[in-house]
Design a protein around this ligand. Sequence first.
Ligand code: WT7
Length: 674
Amino acid sequence: MSTQHNPSDIESVLHEDRMFSPSADFAAAAHIKSPDQRDALYKHSIDDPETFWAQVARELHWFKPWDRVLDWNAPDAKWFVGATTNLCYNCVDRQVDAGLGDQTAIIWEGEPFESASPEVRHLTYADLQRETSKFANALKSLGVKRGDIVTIYMPMVPELAIAMLACARIGAAHSIIFGGFSASAIADRVEDANSKVIITADGGWRRGNIVELKDKVDAACTQNDSIDHVIVLKRCENTINWHDEPSPDHGSKRDHWWHDLIDAASDECPCEHMDAEDLLFVLYTSGTTGKPKGIMHTTGGYMVFTYYTSKIVFDLNPNRDDIFWCTADIGWVTGHSYIIYGVLPNRVPTLMYEGAPNHPGPDRFWSIVARHNVTQFYTAPTAIRAFMKWGDEHPQKHDLSSLRILGTVGEPINPEAWMWYHRLIGAERCPIVDTWWQTETGGHMLTPIPGAVPAKPGSCTLPFFGVDAAIVNEQGEEQPPNTGGLLAIRKPWPGMLRGILGDRERFIQTYWSRIKTPAGEPYYFPGDGARCDQDGYFWIMGRVDDVINVSGHRLGTMEVESALVSHETVVEAAVVGMPHEIKGTGIAAFVTLAPGAQPSDELRDQLRAHTANEIGAIAKPDLIRFTDALPKTRSGKIMRRLLRDIAAGNDSVGDTTTLEDLSVLARLRQSEES
Ligand code: WT7
């Protein structure tokens, strides 16, 4: 890898002007080998998206070809109109039919590492075909039909992959809930999706402890009456409560062991022919207001987009010994797209790891890379910052020479963390792909292409094929280089969300109303601010709405505020982001208490526990400050900028956290913020 120093006379936010190009050998062996090739393909993808995406789609299997590639009536897109396909077929059966049934599809490693080696399982395409068929038949035996939404709340075990692929096999959509979410979060999502079946486990391993998933599901079932059946995988030999009684709407018992169901199931189950626009999954994500929204992704476009971004951005190649590892949990979109759906159709083994990066020691990830010869490694900046803190000796203990490409996702990466990743993990040899995208976009939108786009630390570089991105102002006018603005996407792309489940109005309001062309055509608005530099490289500046990004996970400040005010002692709460060394953004909460409630460390702990109970541990405030009143403008708006400054330590209000008089500061700031 060569280092060029570009003299830059333009004030850059990060003062970052280093550029890193792939080696000539790397580029020569990559799918996309040069900037010119990338530029020509990009031009084709923008000038004529339909022929471009049709060409990509032909690399996959369709039961019936499309009549039209795209039907665009903003904000509604239909891709591969009239075509039928099945994503489980493309992930699994297609490989078996091609005679590759005995090749490895999934490499799984469990967390416990007490003995000399951890538990490892290799599942071939034939294994997956048999297991997804059995489990699909099990789902059918409980009445699951095409079009239903099945909720999944599982640890990172192969059965999670089997469950989601089984749903896709029979045309049921899934709604996967990250295992860190609380019972009330499950209850809300189950109700919103009207799920009748939830799949869980007796526990999952995390840092040597058992995560009590079944307890949470039991509690969620008492909070709504939508669930008829709970399927429980035995993972931990954990003691759990069992509900044998029939559910109200169904004649059989409520709880079922996974192994009992599949023992009774046939291992033959045909893949349903799904319309390209049939719902594949719903995934809940936080927004600016109220409850999380169910982002809808459909079958054909999502399949083509995740397949192709996986292939090009990670340069996946089934004819090389590629082993791809994305460290995300499948409960987030990163895991959906880049552990399962985008990777398996590329015929490259995908690695799944169950547990924490620091169990039993801080070198666990590097031991996995070395033992399994991982070639592409994809993680989040927050993890990289934690690794930096834990010390260089941990990666240095292991042979990481199998690595070819490194990726990051979830939040902006600070150049210091980028350089550490480049040096310590990539040995200054592996291109780094900093991929900007969202739950809503389905797959990568702004990203380097490793053999063709030189990287700049901290920039997600250029738009992917077919992505027409721009920095605009509130009037939709494109901004000159190095001017901050709103990130906008001006054309539809195959992986785009098709809506918010049950809330058309919110879909239009959130994504399609803020930025329009002078002629009134809406642009997709992702909620991020960004700038473009003199080379056309994008630099994400962060959310411009009331959403904060904690360790690469999205949270609505309002969501945390409503969790806090649902506690009996809290009258009012304001939540803002604050800089955090590891998490990127931490959560700061300013809280006013009901008469009689006394500020104390104990109450602080209670409020943190309460937030974890309402949402999940990721929503626990890092800082809670009790205050007499929240600083407000004359019109009653909370002065969030002042709170952000206080939380960041930029505004001295003294150390007494009990009775701060924010009103003085508020008056000083009044003119600024009103
Ligand atoms: C938000 C989306 C995409 C999967 C993980 C998060 C931020 C994401 C980057 C990046 C800077 C990034 C954005 C985006 N984000 N990737 N490479 N550089 N910011 O998915 O929960 O839907 O969150 O994460 O703010 O809008 P998500």
